[in-house]
Write a protein that binds this ligand. Structure first.
Ligand code: NAD
Length: 256
């Protein structure tokens, strides 16, 4: 049996949406989890949930950091503190992301910069902050929550798609660079998922209904559709799987 308490996991955006479901699952499995999120209220709510035992917490330990992942210095500081408090990090889940649906022709460089900062530079910052430690330990897993937008495109999400496609390529390249050190890097691509991010695209709910009609399984993904795959990628069973990309989309996208 793996001693999961010796395998601390960092997750970005772990206080909301998909990330929160992943955080609670990893805690329930017994992993120490460090959450980097910029939403202080969501971090407090997460701590309360964990403390109140509303989540089936086993031996997992939760540390939270109010950090914007676009700030490299703040990320470094949080990673150092997490390492000092719970030991050498074993896994990173790059989950935080953001977008607002707009036709590319109506956008401007400030908007592009914001999207690229959060969705591309953010994961670069956090991955860079943990990578030397993982390589030195000769063990480790990085899992990036990318998007099907980065694989097949998504109308209204041109720059976001570019950033997410970039993350997929980034994971594949690190998978090659660090394979001999025993590190793995994989991407999970959600399809449309029922979270505040998607709700922000269309308050009327019409977009969500149209997506449900288009998805073969006739429903949006729920945050709980993702933690199982993350836990698998973190497990010993996945130690020979690297550089891969898996869509979780109810069949909306099917890759060859
Ligand atoms: N919801 C979808 O339909 C969908 C589809 C494909 C991919 N994704 C991806 O899944 C991931 C999770 O998305 P979600 O739907 O759960 O979003 P969400 O908005 O519901 O939650 C995102 C979390 O990340 C945090 N966050 C955002 N920017 C941050 C930053 N700069 N620094 C630190 N924390 C930050 C937020 O505070 C929030 O807690 C994202 O990478 C997103 O791009 C979502």
């Amino acid at each position: 049996m793996m001693d999961l308490q010796q395998r601390p996991i960092l997750i970005t955006g772990g206080a909301g949406g998909i990330g929160r479901a992943i955080t609670l699952r990893l805690l329930s499995l017994g992993y120490p989890v460090g959450v980097l999120d910029l939403d202080s209220a969501a971090l407090m709510a997460l701590e309360e949930t964990a403390l109140a035992g509303l989540a089936p917490i086993a031996d997992g330990r939760l540390l939270t950091y109010e950090v914007d992942i676009t700030d490299y210095g703040a990320v470094q500081h949080a990673v150092e503190d997490f390492n000092a408090q719970v030991g050498a990090v074993f896994g990173l889940v790059n989950n935080a992301g953001w977008d607002e649906a707009r036709p590319f022709v109506d956008t401007d460089p400030d908007f592009w910069r914001r999207i690229v900062d959060i969705n591309l530079y953010g994961p670069l910052n956090v991955t860079h902050a943990v990578l030397q430690r993982l390589a030195a330990a000769g063990r480790g897993r990085v899992i990036s929550i990318a998007s099907d937008a980065g694989r097949v495109g998504s109308s209204g999400e041109a720059v976001y798609s570019a950033a997410k496609g970039g993350i997929v390529a980034f994971m594949k390249t690190l998978a090659r660079e660090h394979a001999r050190q025993g590190l793995t890097f994989n991407s999970i691509c959600p399809g449309p998922t029922d979270t505040p991010l998607l709700a922000g695209f269309d308050a009327s709910g019409r977009l969500q209904e149209a997506l449900e009609r288009a998805i073969p399984m006739r429903r949006l993904a729920q945050p709980e559709d993702f933690p199982g795959l993350v836990a698998f990628f973190l497990s010993d069973d996945a130690s020979y799987i690297t550089g891969q990309v898996i869509s979780v989309s109810g069949g909306l996208s099917m890759q060859g």
